[in-house]
Design a protein around this ligand. Structure first.
Ligand SMILES: O=C(O)CCC(=O)C(=O)O
Length: 316
């Protein structure tokens, strides 16, 4: 990575903010933030080095791109890999395979409401352990099923670039229905060919380096690219809270949902199953949220139109 690709750091950083502050200033307006100090109590932070993980995980096989590998084999691969796009360990079933891994971290207080949990084990994949050498990472994408996410770095560091939902990153070409995304072949290629162009964009991306002990909030619908600057170990979880429930329901209800919905075999019925489970666990919540959204929209129109003459009003 060229040093100039790492210089820009314009994300808002917060330490010790209250849950209310997070919800009001970041989750509700759907804005990224980097949260410091909210994983200080994780056992994982002190323990999860290579030796510990290899011993703990033994013969368990983890998902690495299209193959499954033991952790010691993956680290041997990572030590000698020279490819521009190293295979990335990205496993959604790590805590079922090795329950200790699941018990050595805690969901940070800001993300405790996770409404997909009403589906029990029928919920879509939602948590992953992510391990990769320097140069591995995730090319531009939007997270599945219109969920928001948090990503906590336990070892190493990651460079993040995020664009808001209404700005398609340069060099990225979603298909007209948004179901597929064509990207440059590698992340480095994106930096070489497109990074400089973002400097002149009116809507510049949000960028940061997220280090061990730090958590980034990735709001739903935001494009993001991530590259590991050194060997990294991270946990990420995708979730649905009251703030994005309607959004997720609308996404799952799209006419050809089976093309878009992911992380589950229940693509076609997920909408009905999720809606019914929410109604059963939290009666009236969906109607209440729809009413609130409608009132918000109406008060916005009231503020920009003159209802008596049916015209826009301007104030100078
Ligand atoms: O490579 C990473 O850590 C980022 C993962 C990511 O973007 C995602 O899970 O959506």
């Amino acid at each position: 990575m060229k040093p100039e690709w790492l210089e820009r750091d314009n994300i808002i950083r917060k330490r010790g903010i209250s849950v209310d502050d997070f919800l009001t200033n970041f989750e509700e307006p759907n804005k990224p933030v980097l949260l410091e100090g909210c994983m200080d109590n994780w056992d994982a932070l002190g323990k999860w080095d290579r030796d510990y993980l290899v011993n703990l995980c033994g013969d368990a096989q983890f998902a690495v791109g299209p193959v499954k590998m033991r952790l010691d084999d993956y680290f041997s691969y990572a030590d000698q890999v020279k490819e521009e796009r190293p295979l990335y360990l990205f496993d959604p079933k790590f805590a079922e395979k090795i329950p200790t891994l699941g018990s050595e971290y805690d969901v940070p207080v800001y993300f405790r409401e996770d409404l997909f949990s009403v589906l029990g084990n029928r919920r879509p994949d939602y948590r992953w352990i992510i391990i990769g050498p320097a140069g591995s990472g995730s090319s531009f994408h939007i997270d599945p099923n219109s969920t928001s996410a948090w990503n906590a770095v336990i070892r190493g560091s990651k460079k993040w670039i995020l664009f808001p939902p209404d700005v398609v990153p340069p060099g990225v070409h979603p298909s007209p229905d948004g179901a597929e995304v064509a990207c440059p072949v590698s992340i480095i290629e994106w930096f070489m060919n497109f990074y400089d162009a973002t400097k002149d964009w009116k809507k510049r991306p949000i960028e940061c380096i997220c280090k061990a002990g730090e958590v980034i909030f990735v709001p739903n619908g935001w494009w993001h690219l991530v590259i590991n600057l050194e060997e990294s170990v991270a946990i990420t979880q995708n979730y649905v809270s009251r703030r994005n429930l309607l959004n997720v329901l609308d996404f799952l209800k799209k006419p050809n949902a089976s093309k878009f919905v992911s992380g589950t075999t229940d693509r076609i019925n997920l909408y009905e199953n999720f809606k019914n489970a929410i109604e059963a666990s939290f009666p009236g919540t969906i109607d209440g949220l729809r009413l609130k959204a409608k009132q918000k929209k109406m008060s916005f129109w009231d503020s920009v139109t003159d209802s008596k003459v049916g015209a826009f009003k301007f104030s100078f």
